[in-house]
Design a binder for this molecule. Structure first.
Ligand code: PLP
Length: 365
């Protein structure tokens, strides 16, 4: 077979363990998954109502233009409908951008560690990857700008960054974008945007007005609690969207998801509740880290990366045996740490209790 050379060694995405899986393996009655930054409060009641009403239309292809959801989001964000693109999760938009722009001979600049799909797609397309190490959990924007040359096609920015939770400020972002040539595509991944409360955060809609080479990615998978439906979207200058759109599959966004997302966006009080519960949850973790003398990054997202300075796979396994699935830092490129999704108050207390017993049982301090 004539596979692309790079496909021969590329591994498929390793999904986290499912709760059923872990229940079976450890003989547990209850398992809490705090590994994928899903919403512990589920989704809006409005979503459930609209999905029940949709059960008669399963034989019909989805709206390939994502028309009604497009109208809802363009009104919500005060953008033109032509400035929007939808994907089967923002993962798919990352794939579309990579497919449309990357090829051997081109390069792409990103932070390390950051969301792994930027790198994964670049490998598939055979592009050179320029990874710039984080500086205390934040993008090193100066080094990233220096890494751009005439063959750079895409720069990936993730704010707040997964897995550190650190955001890019308005002034940092503008200073960076001022240095990026007009023909270099900048992807600004804001998967956790709705959780951000920092006052110095940028307004992405102002950014795309001023910088015509920037696309912003958002998703319904995180705070909206609709990960199962796979709905992500991007917004940018109309000309960028028009050039990217032909790479998209004809019916890439499923019908149920289109309905669910439109219903979810109409319930902003649910989003505000989740965001404020998340802030309270982060405070719980900060207090725990201070008490236990653990380093962590202050987070603008719904997860926290905690440095246990231990074998993170061992901690990961230990927490799993107690019924808590987290992400091992070893898998994220930050050995010694774990990334924990902020859960409900009780879930947070539970996982912290398990962490505490790990510290007393296994770590000699
Ligand atoms: C979760 C996540 C995504 C993917 O979201 P989907 O819309 O579910 O594909 C994209 N970027 C970052 C940084 C994420 O954490």
């Amino acid at each position: 077979m004539k596979w692309k050379e790079q496909m021969l060694s590329l591994k498929a995405y390793q999904p986290g363990r499912t709760t059923d899986d872990v229940k079976k393996e450890y003989g547990l009655k209850k398992v809490v998954k705090l590994a994928s930054n899903e919403n512990p409060f589920g989704s809006s009641e409005k979503v459930k109502e609209c999905i029940r009403a949709y059960a008669d239309s399963f034989a019909i292809y989805p709206d390939g233009y994502t028309g009604s959801l497009r109208t809802v989001i363009s009104e919500f964000l005060q953008l033109d409908e032509k400035q929007l693109i939808f994907g089967n999760g923002s993962d798919e938009i990352i794939l579309m951008i990579s497919r449309a722009m990357l090829e051997p001979g081109k390069n792409t600049v990103m932070a390390a560690p950051t969301f792994p799909q930027y790198r994964h797609n670049a490998i598939v397309e055979g592009a050179e990857i320029r990874e710039i190490e984080l500086l205390e959990g934040a993008h090193d924007l100066d080094k990233m700008a220096n890494a751009i040359d005439e063959n750079t096609a895409i720069v990936w920015l993730c704010s707040p960054n997964n897995p550190t939770g650190i955001h890019i400020t308005d002034s940092e972002l503008r200073a960076f974008l001022d240095r990026v040539p007009q023909d270099v595509f900048v992807v600004l991944d804001e998967a956790y945007y709705e959780y951000v409360t920092a006052e110095d955060y940028f307004d992405a809609r102002e950014i795309i007005k001023q910088y015509k080479n920037v696309i912003v990615l958002r998703t319904f998978s995180k705070i909206y609690g609709l990960a199962a439906f796979r709905i992500g979207y991007g917004f940018a200058d109309e000309s960028l969207i028009a050039q990217l759109d032909p790479v998209r599959e004809p019916f890439n966004v499923n019908s149920l998801g289109q309905q669910a997302a439109a219903a979810a966006i109409s319930d902003q009080s649910f989003i505000e509740m989740c965001s404020s519960e998340n802030k309270a949850g982060l405070e719980q973790f900060y207090a725990f880290c201070k008490e236990e003398n653990l380093d962590y990054y202050p987070s603008e997202a719904n997860f926290i990366l905690i440095d246990f300075k231990c074998d993170s796979n061992e901690l990961f396994e230990y927490l799993m045996s107690k019924g808590y699935i987290v992400r091992s830092g070893a898998a994220l490129g930050v050995p010694g740490t774990v990334r924990v999704t902020i859960g409900s108050k009780e879930q947070n207390e539970g996982v912290m209790k398990a962490m505490k017993s790990f510290l007393t049982e296994t770590v000699k301090r």
